[in-house]
Design a binder for this molecule. Sequence first.
Ligand code: PTJ
Length: 264
Amino acid sequence: MQINIPDDHPRAESLRIREKLIEGCLNGVVAYAGLIAHGRGEAFDYLIGEQTVEPAKRAIEAAVAALLTAEHPVISVNGNAAALVPQDLVKLAEITGAKLEVNLFYRSPEREEAIKRVLESAGAKEVLGVGENASARIPEVGSERRRVDPRGILIADVVLVPLEDGDRTEALVKMGKTVIAIDLNPLSRTAQTATITIVDNIIRAIPAMVSAAQRLKGQEDSLLRKILNEFDNRQNLAEMIEFIANRLKEIAKSKMSTASSGGF
Ligand code: PTJ
């Protein structure tokens, strides 16, 4: 069903994003549970004010530095990411030299192929992790996410996992890999376990990573390593949680002053 979203609707952008996911669901790209996951993300996006805040900007710089200094960087793509930001995922892969690999929680041959097609239409020349190519297994992961491509995630030193569930992040970190997560929930197991956590909406974070990669590519290796070494994920997550807490306190304070002056 096509719906008309008026441009002047106060939540027009958010509604358009929802429509993209619904369309992705109907085309077999997005899992049904992807719609639920998006709703959870939206709630956290409200709390951060639907903006890329300072700690997230620093995490984006560190993440791009990690991708640019990696020997085998890989961008893991699931249904939601493919439906929302396919062009930017392909651009980011091109600039950083990362491989794109389909990796799904709700894996089926049809969804693998559908996501591959979306990435190819967005300009991807090579898409790993589809069909027989996902022939390797990562230890300690019970879900279908354990199936990886021996040319991709298996040998990667840096893996970007936009929208993830905690188990695989934990397993990849245990394997000694640098894991970059994008997750609007700073309290999720993924956010807490990853090496670098970008607490932002993938809609903003992936394009911001593309810009950062364009800016940082070609910079001295020593500068990129300095950015990486100075980044502290625990501290960054603490700052994100503090940002949310302070923002909510400010909103509550402003409501109280309106109430005491006889507002509403
Ligand atoms: O495509 P598949 O089969 O791999 O399945 C993908 C989903 C997303 C269904 C699967 O990974 C899943 O169930 O994820 P979870 O456990 O619901 O976790 C998703 C996390 O992503 C939650 O912490 C959400 O807050 C967060 N999130 C949702 N939408 C966004 C987001 N983070 C950043 N940007 C978003 N747009």
